[in-house]
Design a protein around this ligand. Structure first.
Ligand SMILES: [Zn+2]
Ligand SMILES: [Zn+2]
Ligand SMILES: [Zn+2]
Ligand SMILES: [Zn+2]
Length: 702
């Protein structure tokens, strides 16, 4: 191209510029077309950080994400995001965030920016594995495992496409039923229920221990159609696989794998169903307590938060390595004054690594009790926590039984039971994050305390920096303590129940309870003096625009206008669950009628190898036995070296990648991982469940 041509198109280019450019091109080659500059919207990085933190926290997300997807950001970088399942609309999330901001006196991003972020990242993203209810997570994953098995059965021509489709849609219905209606259909203890699947008394009575059982004053003559469908569709799927194993000698390995996966998945679904029954019953323990609470009664909900990783204001990614988390414990105290719920949160932060054992935990609880007694000396305490060994232990019960101010200890079955602690933990973590974003380093317990106290303006917490040296003594444990879920402290000893309200309970007499030396916590930095504050009552305004926060419990239709109202609702624990399941067969019918229906034209029977004889189905395999939902006492097997090595490899890989390995993937991968000689590394018996894998993967060394 000559100078003349150039000059016609670009009059600004002078002769000398043209030749300079030509010479330059000779030296380094022709230039590249200028890339159009990317329009970038300026976002306040701190506000962005707060918002992302919020939408990935326990405030919004309660389930594990499935898989990952890549999201391209406007600056061209690609980040991996857990896959998104929308259940809450973007506007609800944003409204909820604004309320959160208002309550915590922080300023949010602009609306359009927040909508754009949600559109890109999705609202249901969760990066941490804290507070996951494994029964629920494994149960819902089990349903996808079963649909995968159906697909594979089509591929190897055991089922045709239509059969597989029908069975899949049936499974989806069952999954939906378990997620929503099932819990609503379980009948409270005080009422009479003629369906074995829904009768709490039948489900939770120990057939061998009269003190832990109750007799139904009715017969169980009805069946629930969705419950029967669930049992039959899963068991006939398994039967289909097992028959195929015998008929397809050349595919034995593949089919054995399917059989293994199917058996595991069905076990997870059964575990989920039993768990939901126990949840419903334990939740009612909390409602009963709440309804009958006097002004002296104080409820304490306790939880160890996941260790807090120290963070600098300006920090390289590499700083993450080798950092040790700070252990911290949250206790939420509730009382009822003039019918209004009031709460007070206690935070105990340890500056050094401690063992989070029952002696340490008991010392924290005693510290909370003493703090409350200082300004309310008539207080009587009721405790509530999850089943972790540091809470449910002989040491804890012995120490509390000596403290005459504690009346009862109930253990919650579900993760939701300690919801107030989870939410407080999430709120405090995001407060600390904002504190760091203001230019502070949070590297120790003291600065963590300062961060919380500086940032939490409308609701104050009692934050102490503490120290404790645990000295494990050898004691003779209370037998079978793990199987009890309710403890009541009486004059003569501790009365225990397997399930709340079922039976007279068993009295463990004082002379059967080993004595433990009570040791107290050392407070290094005292908390401010703070007392209970009121939780706002449910907003009854008819103005529906204010009602945006939905209860996070599955199927609950209650809505609130502030975070604290939701907290109040979840504390009281009375979720409104609407029956949504609308199959043509949703009412309870007699067994006889049900089997008639089945033998007439069973959809199930057409699809899968259902036994042709109704009699056989009435037999033992699908019918529930007394006490079917009680926890089975699991003997904790020690991991062998191969299992331990594998988990350590995965854990180290997680450290290197800067993110922990997903325990679901690790559990699944154990089926296929091979030795160097091509043989399988693990037998079916050695494959660990998600829960077994997760403890090691998430917590070791950190
Ligand atoms: Zn009845
Ligand atoms: Zn019954
Ligand atoms: Zn049912
Ligand atoms: Zn609810």
């Amino acid at each position: 191209m000559s100078f003349k041509e150039i000059n016609q198109k670009l009059p600004d280019v002078t002769y000398s510029k043209f030749f300079t450019a030509k010479n330059h091109a000779k030296l380094v080659g022709p230039g590249l077309p200028i890339t159009p500059s990317i329009t970038r919207h300026k976002m306040d990085p701190i506000k962005l950080d707060n918002f992302l933190d919020f939408i990935t926290s326990e405030h919004i997300v309660r389930d594990l994400p499935y898989g990952e997807r890549k999201v391209r950001m406007s600056n061209g970088s690609v980040i991996e995001m857990p896959n998104v399942v929308h259940s809450m609309g973007a506007s609800d999330v944003i409204h909820q965030y604004k309320l959160f901001c208002a309550e915590n006196e922080i300023s949010p991003l602009g609306d359009s920016t927040m909508y754009r972020i949600i559109a890109q990242c999705g609202a249901k993203v969760r990066t941490s594995l804290e507070g996951i209810d494994y029964f629920v997570a494994e149960g819902s994953r089990a349903f996808s495992t079963l649909s995968n098995i159906l697909e594979e059965l089509v591929q190897i021509e055991v089922l045709n496409l239509q059969q597989s489709k029908d069975a899949t849609s049936l499974l989806l219905q069952c999954r939906q039923y378990l997620k929503t209606d099932f819990k609503a259909r379980i009948v409270h203890l005080s009422e009479c229920c003629e369906v074995k699947d829904h009768c709490l008394i039948y489900a939770l009575s120990d057939p061998l221990r009269p003190e832990f059982s109750k007799r139904c004053q009715h017969n169980h003559t009805y069946v629930c159609v969705p419950c029967e469908q669930l049992k039959e569709s899963t068991s006939s799927l398994l039967k289909t696989v097992q028959c195929a194993v015998q008929e397809n000698a050349e595919r034995t390995e593949k089919l054995n794998d399917l059989n293994f996966k199917g058996t595991q998945a069905i076990q997870s679904i059964t575990n989920l169903k039993n768990h939901l029954v126990r949840c419903k019953n334990q939740d009612s323990a909390k409602s009963v307590l709440f309804d009958t609470m006097s002004e002296d009664d104080v409820l304490l909900i306790c939880d160890w938060s996941m260790k807090y990783l120290p963070k600098r204001y300006r920090e390289d990614q590499t700083d993450w390595f080798g950092k040790r988390g700070l252990p911290w414990h949250i206790t939420m105290a509730f009382q009822k004054v003039n019918g209004m719920v009031e709460s007070l949160g206690f935070v105990h932060i340890f500056d050094s690594q401690i063992s989070q054992d029952s002696l340490t935990t008991a010392a924290i609880i005693l510290d909370v009790i003493d703090s409350i007694l200082k300004f309310k000396d008539s207080a009587k305490f009721h405790l509530w926590s999850d089943n972790a060994g540091c809470y449910k232990s002989t040491e804890m019960m012995s120490i509390l039984s000596k403290n005459k101010k504690v009346l009862s200890y109930d253990f919650c079955e579900s993760q939701n039971g300690k919801g107030p602690c989870d939410r407080t933990g999430a709120t405090l973590k995001s407060a600390i994050r904002r504190y760091i974003n203001q230019g502070n380093d949070v590297l120790n317990a003291s600065s963590m305390k300062k961060g919380i106290e500086t940032m939490m303006k409308s609701v104050k917490y009692t934050v102490s920096v503490v120290e404790f040296t645990s000295k494990k003594e050898h004691v003779k444990g209370i037998p079978a303590i793990g199987s009890y879920s309710n403890f009541s402290f009486e004059e003569g000893g501790i009365r225990v129940w397997k399930a709340h309200g079922i039976g007279e309970g068993l009295l463990i007499k004082n002379d059967q309870i080993p004595a433990i030396n009570i040791r107290y916590i050392t407070v290094l930095e005292e908390p401010d003096d703070i007392t209970f504050h009121q939780l706002p009552k449910r907003n009854t305004k008819s103005d529906t625009e204010n009602v945006v926060i939905q209860c996070t419990n599955d199927g609950c239709t209650e809505e609130f206008s502030t975070e604290r109202e939701l907290l109040n609702h979840q504390f009281v624990g009375k979720c409104q669950i609407e029956i949504e399941f609308n199959s043509g067969l949703n009412s309870d019918i007699t067994k006889k009628k049900y089997y008639e229906k089945l033998s007439e034209s069973s959809f199930l029977r057409g699809v899968l190898n259902l036994s042709a004889e109704t009699k056989q189905m009435e037999g033992s395999e699908n019918s529930l036995t007394l006490g079917w939902a009680l926890k089975t006492e699991r003997k904790s097997k020690r991991f062998n070296k191969n299992q331990k090595d594998y988990l350590t490899e995965k854990f180290d890989k997680g450290l290197k990648m800067g993110r922990k390995e997903d325990p679901f993937n690790v559990s699944e991968s154990m089926l296929h991982v091979k030795n160097s000689d091509g043989t399988r590394r693990f037998t079916y018996d050695e494959i660990l469940s998600v829960q077994q894998a997760s403890n090691k993967l998430l917590f070791s060394n950190v």
